[in-house]
Design a binder for this molecule. Structure first.
Ligand code: IMP
Length: 215
């Protein structure tokens, strides 16, 4: 596995929720981590069919443009009753014609589709969040780290914290949604801890162990 030579990377995202989470997760490692937005980079089109493909598109675009290793995350919600949808299209379900995003609407659409499938009882409302982190270098080399968290889709959504579909997702073993957790509770991890909670923190934990010498 190729190692990072300098503690300087670009976080290849324009998503404020993800950027805030990466800033938290990376802070203990003393990195200089500017975002793609800080560099004024455009958002590449996500034309891949998998989380890995889309994560690579984003990381490579930022690495090529800046000459620095770039860390991206492609993530999404997979609902069992919807055969894994919205999956790689999770952000698209929230995107309006003018390009802005409306997650209250996206959660409502998810609920309507689950109701159409008759997925109203708790045992039919299972799903998971998936995050694939990609670290790509300007020469095209890439490493991947995947994290997943199982849970239930609740209705109505609960909580004002977090971002995206957080208010609709209750992780396994908890009676609160990600939208009701503060950032530390949702990550469920700091360097040295054995386990992480959120999909992104689980993927980041693998990245930190492989690339940052974390315990
Ligand atoms: P993408 O990775 O840019 O394609 O977007 C993934 C989408 O999945 C985001 O826009 C969010 O709506 C959703 N998502 C990913 N991770 C989370 C999370 O931790 N909480 C809530 N929604 C998430």
């Amino acid at each position: 596995m190729r190692q990072l030579e300098d503690r300087k990377i670009v976080v290849a995202s324009h998503n404020k929720g993800k950027l805030a989470e990466f800033a938290d997760l990376i802070a203990p490692f003393g990195f200089e981590a500017k975002s793609a937005a800080d560099y004024g980079l455009p958002e590449p089109e996500e034309t891949g069919m998998t989380f890995e493909e889309n994560a690579y598109i984003k990381a490579l675009a930022a690495a090529s443009a800046t000459g620095l290793p770039a860390l991206s995350d492609d993530s999404g919600l997979m609902v069992d009753a919807l055969d894994g949808a919205p999956g790689v299209y999770t952000a698209d379900w929230a995107t309006l014609e003018d390009g802005t995003r409306d997650f209250a609407m996206a959660m409502r659409v998810t609920e309507e589709k689950m109701a159409e499938k008759g997925a109203l009882a708790n045992d039919r409302r299972t799903g998971r969040f998936v995050s694939v982190i990609c670290l790509a270098w300007p020469d095209g080399h890439a490493e991947y780290f995947r994290g997943e968290i199982d849970g239930h889709l609740v209705w109505p959504p609960r909580g004002e914290k977090g971002f995206g579909y957080d208010p609709m997702f209750q992780p396994e073993g908890f009676d609160v949604t990600f939208g009701e957790m503060n950032a530390d509770e949702k990550h469920g991890w700091k360097p040295g801890d054995a386990t992480a909670l959120s999909h992104r923190a689980r993927a980041f934990q693998k990245f930190a162990r492989a690339m940052l010498g974390s315990a």
